[in-house]
Write a protein that binds this ligand. Structure first.
Ligand SMILES: [Zn+2]
Length: 94
């Protein structure tokens, strides 16, 4: 009560400080993706994304195809900054 709690920062407010995968790597974010159809969790390697797409690439609001064989669903990205207690969907107004 009255204590400053970083978990209470809405994830949309964090976006300005961690728009790109380069920002997220510097700040030590942990990211995974989860299929909204089959529920499969995928580990997300930010460094590989930065190598392939560039450090300025953003995964906010992104919904990629599920990589599980036979699944036609889409995944959404969940991220956690070091001071956050759990992962939250990387969704915020553009
Ligand atoms: Zn799936």
């Amino acid at each position: 009560m009255g204590r400053r709690n970083p978990d209470r920062i809405p994830i949309s407010q964090r976006r300005g400080m961690c728009e790109t995968v380069g920002d997220m790597i510097r700040q030590g974010w942990d990211v995974h993706s989860r299929c909204m159809t089959c529920g499969t969790l995928f580990r997300v390697n930010l460094r590989i994304i930065a190598q392939v797409k560039g450090a300025d690439f953003s995964i906010w609001n992104r919904k990629n195809r599920c990589r599980r064989l036979g699944c036609v669903g889409h995944v959404e990205f969940h991220g956690r900054a070091p001071e956050m207690s759990w992962h939250e969907v990387l969704s915020a107004p553009d």
